[in-house]
Design a protein around this ligand. Structure first.
Ligand code: SAH
Ligand code: SF4
Length: 368
């Protein structure tokens, strides 16, 4: 069989049967065409199959225009990756929906669906856990368990589309995990999600957020995609960044900003910088001044996020007036900056917090 990309060996939960099957929802149209040809089927079946897989069906049985015999063959050699929601929280304030999904191997990830005036945006996870270890982040608390497949990234969107009877138009890769630490799968996901025969979400409507994996930023520049690159900077200098983000010891602020400038030269896209304000750590006037001077001349936007408290650390968000003062300082120094609106404040979750809460509940109840 020629198509073996994204084949995974996995442990089936029920019965512990080890199985080797093709992760068919991770395949692009060319690979599906190859697969269909290998099965001696006419080429037009490939497009039918691809459309079904991208529409979010959970089983081959739902593919009514595909002959039963072919469906049986496909299910013998491949599987359709799905996500199973085990928790769903709906904000009473603004309708934001947060899902905790279970994967085939029992691992948990999370997605957040937000409604804006221009449509629906989903924040998806790209890994189970994360190995970057940022001190303020709940996702990094337990390290990396595994990468998500492109199909598992897609399934977070197709499930939310079907569950709410909507068409999500914007995606942010800002949930659990570091997308550039799962490079190939993230790229394949971008290819699939923007395919006009599938979800057809334009790359201009997608943001990829990284903690500063410079090698990945360089590789990403080679693809020259019109996505928005979002950098979790969170500090204006190495002294502070070293304390909160271990990735800075490998690629420091200078190296990161150089990679951003190079990336911008190639893509001509505005870069977004995330800056989580932590009281007494990175929120002084001097910090704002240093940040502005480092970003000088770059076409960029700074997103100020009041840091979300995580039980395991002592970080606190600054008072509202200190956050506004920080933003004004940046604006006065010529840096475009906005304070991120908090959505879903009543359903307590950002970056790993929901999964952690669910895991604690499950562990506590001894369900696992
Ligand atoms: N790993 C990638 C993408 C996922 S994290 C990255 O780090 O960019 C998504 C965003 O949430 C990042 O900007 C991250 O720094 C931020 N974040 C994580 N924990 C946070 C917290 N406790 N408060 C505020 N922002 C946080
Ligand atoms: Fe990982 Fe991003 Fe959290 Fe850092 S902020 S631990 S890179 S998910």
């Amino acid at each position: 069989m020629a198509v073996t990309v994204f084949t995974v060996r996995y442990l089936k939960k029920a019965g512990d049967i080890i199985s080797d099957k093709i992760d068919i929802r991770s395949l692009d149209l060319e690979s599906i065409t190859q697969l269909v040809t290998d099965l001696s089927q006419p080429k037009f079946r490939a497009l039918q199959l691809f459309k079904w897989l991208q529409s979010g069906v959970d089983s081959f049985d739902e593919m009514t225009n595909i002959p039963i015999l072919l469906r049986e063959k496909l299910s013998a050699i491949s599987y359709i990756a799905t996500v199973k929601p085990i928790k769903k929280y709906v904000s009473q304030i603004d309708g934001t929906v947060k899902y905790v999904y279970e994967l085939y191997d029992g691992e948990l990830i999370e997605s957040v669906l937000m409604k804006y005036e221009h449509g629906y945006t989903i924040c998806i996870s790209t890994q189970v856990g994360c190995r970057m270890g940022c001190k303020f982040c709940a996702s990094g608390l337990y390290g990396l368990t595994r990468n998500l497949t492109p199909s598992e990234m897609l399934a977070q969107i197709t499930y939310a589309n079907r569950d709410n009877n909507i068409r999500i138009s914007n995606v942010v890769m800002m949930g659990m995990g570091e997308p550039l630490d799962n490079f190939e799968n993230s790229i394949q996901f971008l290819k699939l999600v923007s395919d006009e025969n599938g979800l057809n979400i334009g790359l201009r409507h997608i943001s990829l957020s990284t903690s500063g994996v410079v090698s990945g930023i360089k590789r990403l520049a080679e693809y020259n995609m019109p996505i928005t690159l979002s950098i979790s900077l969170h500090a204006p200098n190495d002294e502070i960044r070293n304390r909160t983000m271990p990735v800075n010891k490998k690629w420091n602020v200078d190296a990161l900003l150089k990679a951003c400038r190079d990336y911008q030269k190639v893509t001509t896209r505005r870069i977004s910088f995330e800056y989580a304000l932590i009281e007494g750590v990175n929120d002084s006037e001097e910090n704002a001044r240093e940040l502005a001077s480092r970003l000088k001349g770059m076409m960029c936007h700074v997103n100020l996020i009041p840091a979300n408290p995580v039980k395991e650390n002592t970080f606190k968000k600054p008072e509202r007036k200190a956050i506004i003062a920080f933003q004004k300082k940046l604006e006065n120094l010529g840096v475009n900056a906005t304070i991120r609106r908090t959505l879903g404040a009543d359903i307590d979750a950002s970056c790993g917090q929901l999964k952690k809460k669910t895991k604690e509940e499950i562990d506590g109840a001894n369900i696992c």
